[in-house]
Structure formats: C-alpha cells, structure tokens
Design a protein. Sequence first.
Lengths: 263, 268
Amino acid sequence: MRRYARLFMLLCKVSLMRQMAYRPHFFLMVFGKVIRMVLLLLFFQAVFLKVDRLGQWTFDQVLLLFATFHLVDYIMSITFQRNLSYGLPALIQSGNLDSRMTLPVNPLFMASLEDIDMMDFISFIPCLGLLIYALHRLGFAFTWLQAVMYGLLIANALIFLFAIVLIIAAISFWTTQSAGLARVFDDFTRVGRYPLDIFEGFWKFFFIYVLPLALISQVPSQALLGALSPGFLLYALAISGLLAVVAIRFWRTGLKNYSSTSS
Amino acid sequence: MMRKALLIFRLVFMERSAYRVNFILEISGGILSILIVVFLWLAVYRSAGRAELGGYSLAEMITYLLGGGLINSFLLTTAENPETSQAIQDGALSNLLIQPIHPYWVWLFRDLAAKAFLGVIGLAGYAIVSLLLNERLIFLFDPLRLILFGVALAAAVLLQFLTFESLNLLAFWVENTYGFRFTLRVIMEVAGGAIIPLSFFPALLQKVFALLPFPYLVYFPMRIYLNKIECADILPELVRAAVWMAGLAGLNAILWNRGLRRYTSMGD
C-alpha cells in the first residue's frame, strides 16, 4: 500500500514536470477551466433570475449540486478518466500495453493513473472554494452524520464512474476502439450537473435506474441536505458495488484476451 | 483561385470522411448536451408557470437552443482548428510557402471546408431531433429574413475564423497556442449566446459582451431567425460585424507579416 502511495506521488511529480514544460500554456489552460466554471455558474444565476425554484431545488441547493458535480468530475479527470478512456485504447492499439504489464505493479493501477492531470488539479482548488461558498450559503445546516454520508457517497460516485469508464475502456481489448463511446458517456455525465427534477416520466426513471447518473451529484447532495431516504442510500451503494465487481471481471477477461499485436 | 478552392474542399471532405464514425459520435454528443439543456428549460418554464420568460416563449427558446447548438458545435466550436499553429511550429509552413497559393488562403479554405462538412452532418443530426420536437419549433418562411439570416451566418463563420486565426498566428512567438484558443472558445460559447440568449444575463454582463465580436456568432443570427430584431436594425449590425472583420483581418495581416520575418524552419 505504501509502495503504491509513493508510486502515485512519483506519477504526480512526473506529470507536473511534463505538463509544466510550457508554463504560460499551463496557466492559460487553468485560467480557461476556471473561467468555464464561472460562466456556467452565471448561466445558472441567469436561470434563477427568472424562477426561484427548479422542481424542489432552490438556488443555494442547486449551487451545492453544481459544486458537488464538479468536485466529482474534477477528481475523475485528474486521475483515471483520460487514462482509461483515451490512454488505454491507444496502449492496446499500439501494443505498448506490453511494457506496462511487465512492471512489478498492478496493471490496472498503471493503466488508470499513469498520467495525472495537474492542470485540473490546480483548477480543482477554486472548485473547492465554490463548494465552501455553497455550504456557507446553506448556513452549514447539516449534522456530522450527514457530512460523513456526503463524503461516503462522493467516494461511491467515483467508484460508480470508475466502473463504467473501465467497462467502456476494456471494450477496446476486443475492438481496439472505444474512445468514441467514452466521449458519448462523458457527454451523458453532464446530466449530473442539473437536478433530476428537470426530467419527467421516462427520462427521470432512466437516469435513476437504467443509467443512474443520479449517483454522481444528486444522491450525495441530497444526503447532505438530509433528503435522502435509507432505501436510496442502499440502492446507491449496491449499484456501485455491483458495477465495480463486473468491471474488474471484465477488465481481467479483457487482459487475458489481449493479443499484444502492434503495427 | 476558384479551382484551387474547390480542390481544397474536395480534399478536406475526403480526409474527414475517413473518420466519419468519430464525427457522428461527436455530433451525437453535441446534440445530447443541447437536449439536456432543452429539458432544463422545459422545467424552468414549468416552474415559472409563465408562457414567456425574458421575452422568449417556450417554442422560441427551444428553437433558439437547437439553432444555436447547430451553429455553435458545428460551425464555430468544432472547426476551431490548430492547423495554422501546427504548420508554424512543426515547419510544415515551409512547404506551404513554396506552393502556388498563399498559405493563408489554404488555411481559410480548409477551415471553410471543415465547417461545411460538419455543418452537413450536423444538419442531418439536428433534422432527426427536430422531427421529435416538431410541434415545438418555429420555422422561418419570410424570404428576406432567411437571406439576412444566411448573410449573418456567413459573417459568423468568417468572424470566428479571423478571431481564432489571430491566436493561431501567435505560434510565431509562443510555443503552444492551445491555451489561448481554449480560453477564448470557453468565453465565446457563453458571450456568443450559444448556451442561452444574451438578454437573460444581468445588464452589466450584457454590456461587456456587446463590446466583443462574439454576439455576432450565435445571438445575432438567431435573433434574425426568431424575429427578435427589426429588419431596419439588421443592416447597422451587419456593418458593425463587417468593421470587426476588417479589424481582425488587418490584425491577421500584421501578425503574418511580422511573424514570417521571425520564422525559421529547422530540419531534423
């Protein structure tokens, strides 16, 4: 475990060195990402100039949802998202996965964390600020238990996303191509930025039970606001656990199927 | 010149067709994002319990979002291309300089061709979505307005090219221009009105946006389409867009001439 922690720090350092090679570029990208979040926020504010509630959600609650979504989204993009969605298919296609498999570490660890996105790591800090601001606006009105649940459900959201991203990426063991599908899923996840109350009927059902994007930010936010039923909590944990098991199995089967052909 | 331009168009269409699946997926993603926002606005109108918000009826809003989405993702955002920067950085420019056509024209025609290609695929995608939302869409039949809409779109295409090209040309001085282009694209999407009509923003922000060329990209054409601007007011706006274009073209010319003097190309 400690070895992996050290390895992770080393990967962060190498990534930072690589990404900082063009320093003005690095800071411009961070600036762009922060601006994007601010502008999205302005968009929400523009919406709430016209209405005082979206379904059941007030502006402050939507702010919490928005910050939670970006918190999860940033952690995902700093760590495994691009490595698995775009890096792994490229490694499989080129046959370069061989060199990673011969390393004395778990191949899944290397495949998911090889390139740590330090630009997103820096842009992540204002996102934390936004979360604190949202909590401040809500008057920090939550119990310790609710706060713990919030943290737990954010971890749960990350497991859920990791599992799906891994399943999509592992498809490339058979097809060598899955980046397109990964991009579509990435577009889908943006649903998590909005309260699911905006959907009605079929689509609401779809995003809770078929492709449960509700798990990303809605469920953790509801837990913090004390509006999550125990049934839903169990459901959220069960789904992520189940998907994680399926994903790991799928990855192992894929790895056995890996033919290591290169062009 | 015309023949050369057509040749470039044909080449770009062939190149792009090789990766059709990628483009279709990318466009599906764009349409999906727009649909999510359409759902959001349906809910906002429901919550507000009013037929009109910010001067837009629900049908107008949905038409605005789909039209703006089409313009934004296929004509403006996706086609933001790095070719100029790349050519300057990796020395491919040397090869272009000895061709019987000026590199700038090559880049312009290649950009226009890429936009046309994405526009065609996008139109197909949005046509399918439009069938689903048929009853909620507004169609424009007034021929004069349709022509003005077309002119505004052409202006948007050129303005977008000129804006990003001036950043691309910075490659003569800086090693990597992606950061500039990324930041500008983010600002362009919002200030251009691709996500929401600009009239929804607080007054101060609207004033800031009006100082930029971006409102001509999506907001202006869609206002023409939706009858939100009088015919008599369109012409002065078009003139202002033309002034922007002239200014940016001048800037491009200066950057090109100064940059070329600095340009060195080393072999491997």
